[in-house]
Design a protein. Structure first.
Lengths: 333, 333, 333, 333
């Protein structure tokens, strides 16, 4: 019997990452086709990776009866539309985050997926990171007790260009959305209230584009846990990705990963490595693991580890966060 | 010429700490008299420490022309009254925190001190802690750049009895007040807005006493810095006292002190020490250093390192924090 | 133009590791044939990995004119013989460590390689480990100054079976040989004197097999650096792989890698991860990187990063170490 | 009843340290007299510390019937002679290390002490250090199992002047003697064999003075433990004082103490504190604790924690170490 065939829609950075994960680590799966609106990009990558077919039209993938599952790695504004079409075509779907910036559109996707009875996994890869997964495991052992306070630090090494900011949906839907997912993943409960302190401190151009670049977000969960996320679009020392979970029996926390453990001591002081530079360096293994889990869910008809609801909820929280900044008050969900 | 003579009002735990600091580390100063409403306590301590006189009436100290300075270490509700009287008696004053739970009374003290022209230092000892002082020094070098986000973690190892909670003025004025001072000390600016998420998670008796035991406090400073403090009345692993300061050029953070650096690796894992147990273990050196600075200010007519305004501001913030919890909204100062 | 074709001799654990490195990370190279004395092992792996041919006779690889390079991953006692034949067949060679336990045989290999003018790289993969490479880079910047003392800790998580010990050539040639290479790599000088303190502390069966399982090895280098290696066949907490380099201007040291950075604090203490379990977990990336460098040397006619001399010298040191234990004295090289 | 009275012989650095420990921390003891060959030094210190009497003749202390115990803090070459006289005068003795550089003289002291039936404690203060004491405690719980390898790192921040080196007895008796004691303390067994690799790498003047400044010392203990000590007279980054104990069930290790836990992360990297500068900074608390234990032993007739034998053995090891360097071979004890 042959390998399961999949198609990748979008040959940008993340589409490339997923195609490498599949080729190097998932021998049961074959990437048959890759599509991109820029046909040259698709062709070049297909050639390099020995992918049979390249196309500029993702519908060729959806219409291919040999293909069982699709990875939607195109631009954010196309995720919802393609997801709906893919569900209708009976394909299992791995969709990059965010599913959409509009709550209604995400809901439409979930509806279509439900009707079609296909698998639908959202690309919240950080759940698969070795550090955060370990935190979750420790919480699940009960060693931290009931959760009281969860702190998430999430800072990028460099701000995106203002052009990107304008179409990004704003920091909360573009960047914090990962942290909202992390909070839900770790706490295992839902947000009922959001309060945000935000500012433009990194780059005035971001402010001119109508967004913020620095924020502290307070979330109150239905189980009583208080969560606080702090974000910055620019940490001079690199990608800062940490969590600390405090509960009735203790706390668990994770530090950043570093390129090496080397520590140099001289007359001037003690020097060690900065965090791994950005998400490709830090999270590469998690991209592989989320893909393995998705393929396992499809091949063996298991539940996906990150569901459509997991795709929807962070959008709701992100929208509330935005409103909290605009209105300067607490928003209930 | 003889030593400068001082009196200590209150022979409880903190009064004893200060008397030891003076006897062991400040040879230029002699404790002439110690007072306590429980005369036996005062007498016993005086005997043990070779302090000449013990009394149940602090006014004997205020009326003693040989005494130049007093340490007010009595119960919180007496701080303001004694401070005013001491100022009127022309004594230099070291007053334990908080000066009072009422803003008006604190203001009355500042007025009396100003009129008398005496030194007045408030006992925010954490400013003198080796870790926090180092953070401040690094901020002052400019290596962190403009401050964007300041995070303060402050958790006690065990909650106080409900009896104490009832008269404590509430967690924000009793415990967080140190953190408000730390925030002002590190940021060097004033709070303009307070938002608090709080809950009773540690002990229902604290809730019944009308207080909270778990909180995340957001402060917005006039210079644009966002500060977030997280508090718990009970950290199972001990006294958790950390700060992290994030700015345009980097971050500086401090970890807890531990009894030893020992690390044991076995088949079961890697084990290391919990933080030093509580404030006497963690902050002993800082008590010595604040006392040295106070005596230096008095002996050499220098400015005190923690002023009356530094005593007042945290009370204002604490009152606002309480109001934020009660009204579920942001409070402007 | 097609890919460069290589053959792998030996389909055991390390042969499999190298074949995965090539297939997943070196698209310019194709594994044409894999051989193993157990033909079923070779066939099964070939099938799983899409390797065209499997054989029980490595000579088919040596005689294949399409094949440019071979990886010698068979049992240690065959390395030298196959290396000589491969050189005579004009193949570039990557040979696992140790090249041989006999100095004469290693020298014969080097001679054959020299005559044939082929590339010859020895599998000292630890040079490619992210931590040790970083140590080397820091030494090369001059920040440590002249080297005075180098300390290498190398402890296995579990002892090999006594059966293996009997044919292993002894701990110094089987296990410490990696540390001898590390010492030469970091110090960049040659050993002139060896002194060993050794004992049987882990397993009496190892002693009965004529070997030791615990040792501290002192090496004096021609440049004056003193190196001390400590070995154990069994560290209860896992694979312990560290170095510390101390010089006139400072020191650089590396800690073990861990599965995660999670730290759990409870009433009982602070718990963190043990080191990654063994060499496959710890050194996987280094196996990839040594293979990349070998292929790059062959494809682009560059010098190999670990030479035949690098294969010979540690054998000489290992033989001296053995002698030092037997005679209870310092051995000069 | 009055306080126990003691005399301090030698008002140099360590005599001052001990007098402060007593005055600030041991209220049961009074320093009646301090002596120093430089009478002005003794007088000045006596005045500053409110010590009743100062003298240039230590015999006044020995002849004073009110004095129960003496601290011998004079120059090393006088320790043995004064110890014998003090024993004969019936005084309990705390003697700084080393007791003497000559084995015979140390033995004579032990003999005199035994005859007089007085307490005799040697100033190996590091046993009282919080880190090393914790290591010992963990060993004693059995969690490390049988000891296999013990590693001690002991490096000074700056070399002594060559003048001092000439009269110091050499690095092994002057500096390593502390490490020999630490090894015996932790392992709880005796050295049977010594091998040293040593060199002059820090300062040629030290070589010209007939000493070494860099060494790796191997000790074999009667219980089978192998111990390796590494010394340098100059670590550019400061005082480096660590141990690692490896056994059948795990390892325990301690890091250096630092002035603060502050960690600064910037674009350039992550910076943290160097170790505490030198022994006064690092070991101050241990000096207090050894003094408390000595006074407790005298006052309550308990055994001293560091005995005369503990004073003798390291001298024997040090002499053997010297011989090992001179003869380039292993020395048996």
């Amino acid at each position: 019997m042959g390998k399961m065939k999949v198609g990748i829609i979008g040959a940008g950075r993340i589409g490339k990452v997923h195609s490498q994960s599949i080729m190097n680590h998932i021998p049961e799966v074959e990437i048959k086709t890759i599509s991109d609106v820029y046909i040259d990009v698709a062709k070049e990558w297909a050639k390099k990776m020995d992918i049979k077919e390249a196309t500029s039209d993702y519908k060729e993938i959806l219409n291919d009866p040999e293909i069982d599952a699709v990875l939607i790695c195109s631009s954010t504004d196309t995720h919802a539309q393609i997801s709906v079409e893919a569900a209708q075509a009976g394909k299992h779907i791995f969709c990059e985050k965010p599913v959409d910036l509009s709550v209604e559109k995400v809901e439409a996707v979930l509806e279509a997926v439900k009707e079609a009875g296909v698998k639908f996994q959202v690309g919240f890869n950080r759940r698969f990171d070795h550090n955060f997964r370990k935190v979750k495991e420790i919480i699940d052992t009960g060693k931290v007790g009931d959760l009281h306070i969860v702190k998430i630090t999430s800072r990028d090494p460099a701000p995106p260009p203002a052009e990107y900011v304008k179409v990004s949906g704003g920091m909360f839907l573009d960047m914090t959305i990962h942290d909202f997912d992390m909070a839900r993943f770790l706490i295992g409960s839902e947000v009922e209230q959001v309060f945000v302190s935000a500012a433009v401190r990194v780059d005035p151009a971001i402010g001119e584009a109508g967004d913020v670049d620095t924020a502290v977000i307070n979330l109150k969960f239905t189980d009583g846990t208080i969560c606080v996320i702090d974000n910055s679009r620019k940490a001079a020392y690199g990608y800062d990705q940490r969590v600390e979970v405090f509960g009735s029996k203790g706390k668990v926390e994770v530090a950043n990963d570093t390129p090496s453990t080397a520590m140099l001591s001289t007359e001037e002081g003690v020097f060690s490595d900065k965090p791994k530079y950005f998400f490709l360096e830090r999270y590469m293994d998690s991209f592989v693991d989320e893909m393995k889990d998705f393929m396992d869910a499809v091949l063996n008809d298991k539940p996906v580890p990150v569901t459509g609801i997991d795709g929807l909820k962070p959008v709701l929280i992100g929208v509330a966060a935005k409103k909290s900044v605009e209105e300067g008050r607490t928003i209930k969900l």
